[in-house]
Design a protein around this ligand. Structure first.
Ligand code: GMT
Length: 378
């Protein structure tokens, strides 16, 4: 198949999923065209079967807000026309599904029957997509997509209930990991080199937005550290980083919390970690939690959104209500205190992640979804 993919190319789970999917599709013989404003961060160097088309947004004195959505639509239109793409896969509804729809409208007279598939990732439905300034266009764009997928059952239900789009058929296709990359035994214990022996290693990876509750991450850690000698590594950056640093100082744990900033490759760090913390207000899926589990790291997280579809409470980690810092700390202590418990959870986490969310199986689900969508073309 000839497939176009548009996504957010910088940091973020939706861009990571879109890029890994494109790479896997190309490896299976498809021709994949990425159409984004920047080279996707997980796409490095030359990969056979992959083409990258940059979206250039012209600056003009009149444009206080340069219209990226239109520039993207024009680029999608060109790439579909010039490379005879059969489908465009938009990751994250806003604005990608809308731009893809505009491009398809522009192509109508050319005989192209390009199909649009939109994958809903999270806040495009649960947060920003519901803002009055976007709500109607989000609903319109997803209803006009030829195929819709959501990364969890939770997100599928949210889409139907919040947008009242009863006609929308949303297929759940979970996110995935490459079992060869997210494998504990593959890496040296790099974080251990920094901490030395004797301290348990906790990890958090996110974009430090309010929804991630990074102050809670530090509070949970402080609770665990009172009982279990440990350190916390915070990977990523974003608006609440300063708040998290302040929380560490307030709680007197600042010497045990290391802020590493944004890092490209987290698998080696995950493979050194012993507990992953994700106390978000909401996660439609929680890709970072899945990556941790795949590396044999039990996850303590909030019982919110799609996280229960990823983490098995009491088996591969622990789920507690949003904001239950004490409960999460107690769960973390229980997991870390007893080596047998930890080992059993670590083994179960890796096995469960590798069996339910392996790249090979999920990419095959996307392939058959593409084929079914193309088969319904009129
Ligand atoms: O929706 C967002 O806030 C952004 C998006 C992203 O690009 O990271 O995150 C969402 O998509 C990820 C990939 O499917 C999911 O793993 C995240 O859980 C989801 N974030 C939220 O629902 C907050």
């Amino acid at each position: 198949m000839k497939i176009g993919i548009t996504c957010y190319p910088t940091y973020g789970g939706s861009g990571a999923v879109a890029t890994e999917l494109g790479i896997a599709l190309a490896a299976r013989g498809h021709e994949v065209h990425f159409i984004t404003y920047q080279q996707p961060f997980r796409l490095r160097g030359f990969t056979p079967g992959i083409f990258y088309h940059e979206v250039d947004v012209v600056r003009y004195p009149l444009f206080e807000y340069p219209p990226y959505d239109l520039a993207l639509a024009v680029r999608i239109h060109e790439v579909v026309r010039d490379h005879e793409l059969e489908l465009v896969h938009a990751h994250y509804a806003i604005p990608h599904a809308t731009s893809a729809w505009i491009a398809r409208e522009m192509l109508e007279d050319s005989g192209s029957s390009v199909q649009i598939i939109t994958t809903l990732h999270g806040t495009d439905i649960t947060l920003i997509g519901q803002d009055p300034s976007f709500r109607t266009i989000t609903k319109f764009s997803i209803e006009r997509s030829n195929g819709l997928t959501a990364v969890s059952e939770y997100l599928r239900r949210e889409t139907i209930s919040t947008f009242g789009c009863n006609q929308c058929k949303v297929q759940v296709i979970h996110n995935f990991i490459d079992p060869l990359v997210y494998k504990r035994s593959r890496y040296k214990q790099v974080l251990r080199q920094q901490t030395g022996e004797g301290k348990r290693i906790l990890l958090h990876v996110s974009n430090f937005r309010p929804i991630k509750r990074v102050r809670d991450v530090v509070r949970i850690f402080a609770g665990i550290q009172r009982e279990v000698p440990s350190v916390l590594f915070m990977v990523g950056d974003g608006p609440d980083r300063t708040a998290a640093e302040e929380e560490a100082r307030l709680l007197g744990v600042e010497r045990s919390v290391f802020f590493l900033g944004k890092l490209d490759s987290v698998a080696p760090l995950l493979a050194s970690a012993e507990l992953f913390l994700l106390p978000s207000t909401n996660e439609s899926f929680g890709l970072s939690a899945l990556e941790a589990l795949a590396c044999g790291v039990p996850v303590v997280a909030s019982n919110a959104g799609g996280l229960p579809e990823v983490i098995r409470d009491g088996v591969t980690g622990a789920l507690r209500p949003v904001g239950d810092v004490e409960g999460m700390a107690a769960a973390g202590i229980a997991i870390l205190c007893d080596q047998e418990t930890w080992q059993a959870m670590s083994d179960a986490a890796a096995a469960d992640a590798h069996s339910r969310f392996a790249l090979e199986n999920i990419v095959a689900e996307y392939e058959s979804f593409y084929a079914r969508t193309l088969a319904t073309r009129v």
